[in-house]
Write a protein that binds this ligand. Structure first.
Ligand code: ZN
Length: 141
């Protein structure tokens, strides 16, 4: 079923603009600390490990595995199709991201399943990262 209203666009902050600009290009990135090389997400000004304020942008593969999820039925917003599948995905680079699952029925979800990023358009011509089953997943169901 098509959504009645376009999904709301992200609202980048000074810290998250690099992340959302990459998403708009359909690239998934994270901050890598210049002081200790630790990847971090969500974007923030300071490294939680070494307190460095210096960082660079690192492109990520966009693959990972399902850590946990929730099936949301309420409260409903016209911008989403229900149920909304909210997931915590452990990316292969070692950081965890909050996202939505797409292209899967809730009964087919399994913890640890391999996932791959996709990009869903929002209002204002922006995009958000979502994850669906990885077509390269060779683990038998
Ligand atoms: Zn650091």
């Amino acid at each position: 079923m098509e959504s009645v209203t376009a999904r709301p666009a992200p609202r980048p902050t000074d810290d998250s603009a690099v992340y959302w600009n990459a998403i708009a290009r359909h690239e998934l990135v994270a901050q890598r600390c210049d002081g200790c090389s630790t990847l971090r997400h969500p974007p923030r000004p300071m490294c939680p490990h070494c307190r460095s304020l210096e960082w660079c942008e690192q492109r990520l593969a966009g693959t990972g595995s399902l850590y946990s999820y929730a099936v949301l039925h309420h409260p409903r917003s016209p911008a989403f199709d229900y149920p909304v599948l909210v997931a915590l995905v452990d990316l292969d680079e070692g950081i965890r991201i909050v996202t939505n699952l797409v292209d899967i029925e809730s009964r087919d979800i399994r913890i640890g399943m391999r996932l791959r990023v996709a990009f869903e358009a929002t209002s204002d011509g922006a995009a958000v990262p979502v994850f669906g089953p990885d077509p390269n997943d060779t683990v038998p169901a």
